[in-house]
Design a protein around this ligand. Structure first.
Ligand SMILES: [Zn+2]
Length: 77
């Protein structure tokens, strides 16, 4: 048994430029490529739909997460 491998694809909204990550489990078995499917996800910030390409079946475990950019400059503590 091997742990399920969670894939992570970075995307950026073309409307509000929010960076977000589309994560999913790749449930394909073996090395045979079953092809890919076009899935529509919503931007977590503005809700604008965006089409992403995922392996067939991956849309069942699809999660969209905002990719928080940690750009703390200076600061103390
Ligand atoms: Zn957006």
């Amino acid at each position: 048994m091997t742990p399920r491998d969670r894939k992570r694809d970075p995307h950026q909204c073309g409307e509000c430029a929010t960076r977000f990550a589309v994560t999913y489990f790749d449930d394909r078995r073996g090395s045979r490529d079953v092809g890919s499917a076009l899935v529509e996800v919503s931007c977590p910030a503005c809700g604008r739909p965006r089409s992403v390409t995922l392996p067939v079946g991956a849309e069942k475990t699809l999660l969209v997460e905002i990719d928080e950019v940690e750009s703390d400059e200076g600061g103390g503590g």
